[in-house]
Ligand binder design. Structure first.
Ligand code: KIV
Ligand code: NA
Length: 268
């Protein structure tokens, strides 16, 4: 069996070769991502991608665990990180521990990720000290959409840098093995990356970060809309639609199934 990458393996990549990470919620895409990426994020973006929710707020722990198990079965080498969904960890460090233990036991993933800066530092320490590797997530934190009001890039005015820098420092010092930095202005992302001891994984936070993550369906061109920071490496939406239209055409004209798709009778 291939040995999976671990949270300490990722932690050791600070100032090394950039960490490559993508999301997956699904066994077959996990197998493809696994061949090229250091880590797979079972992100709560599955609420938008798989379930059609407008935000990640409705995502449940059961949804995350079900898809985390699928990704673990589909992959073998990458570190699998499972997002803690909204409401499963913010109440107390004990609540966070119980939710994280369920994720770790039921999926056998290698780490969890949770959103929030300084306010979550105590929780990050509580989990890390008890055998649960934690990836942080600062800058734009989509689970807070209802208090933020809208999804907007962070730190585009220098007078707003201090709290975000403080968030990065607090989570790193609390023991997170890595931190996702989302939608943060490039100079601030660079400053944070240079000032903390653990790798930053950027999404909309420039190549100055120690690694990158994207939502797989966004970079494949499968999502109807994607943020400015996404580069489309494929155009799967139109490809899939063309295939579906071809199938519909062939069914109606009886061109499908063909003779090669049909079972004849056995000789008796
Ligand atoms: O849920 C997710 O896909 C994420 C990434 C965008 C970092 O948290
Ligand atoms: Na997420």
């Amino acid at each position: 069996a291939i040995k999976r990458k671990t949270a300490p393996d990722l932690r050791a990549r600070k100032n090394g070769e950039p960490i490559v990470m993508l999301t997956s919620y699904h066994a077959h895409t996990a197998a493809l991502v696994d061949r090229h990426c250091d880590a797979i994020l079972v992100g709560d973006s599955l609420g938008n991608v798989m379930h059609g929710f407008e935000t990640t707020v409705p995502v449940t722990l059961d949804m995350m665990i079900l898809q985390g198990r699928a990704v673990m079965r589909g992959s073998q080498a990458a570190l699998v990180v499972v997002d803690m969904p909204f409401g499963s960890y913010e109440g107390s460090k004990e609540q966070a521990f119980q939710s994280a233990v369920r994720i770790m036991k039921e999926t056998l993933c290698g780490a969890v990720k949770l959103e929030g800066g300084a306010r979550m530092a105590e929780t990050v320490a509580f989990l890390s000290e008890r055998g649960i590797p934690v990836m942080g997530h600062i800058g734009l934190t989509p689970q807070s959409i209802n208090t933020l009001g809208s999804f907007r890039a962070q730190g585009r005015e220098e007078e707003n840098w201090a709290p975000i820098e403080n968030d990065a420092r607090a989570i790193a010092e609390a023991g997170a093995f890595s931190i996702v930095v989302e939608a943060v202005a490039e100079p601030l992302a660079r400053k944070i990356t240079q000032s903390i001891a653990v790798p930053t994984i950027g999404i909309g936070a420039s190549a100055a970060c120690d690694g990158q993550v994207l939502v797989l369906e966004d970079m494949l061109g499968l999502s109807p809309r994607a943020p400015k920071f996404v580069r489309r490496y494929g155009n799967l939406g139109p490809m899939i639609e063309e295939a579906i239209a071809g199938y519909a055409r062939d069914v109606k004209s009886r061109a499908f199934p063909g003779p090669e798709h049909v079972y004849g009778m056995k000789k008796s």
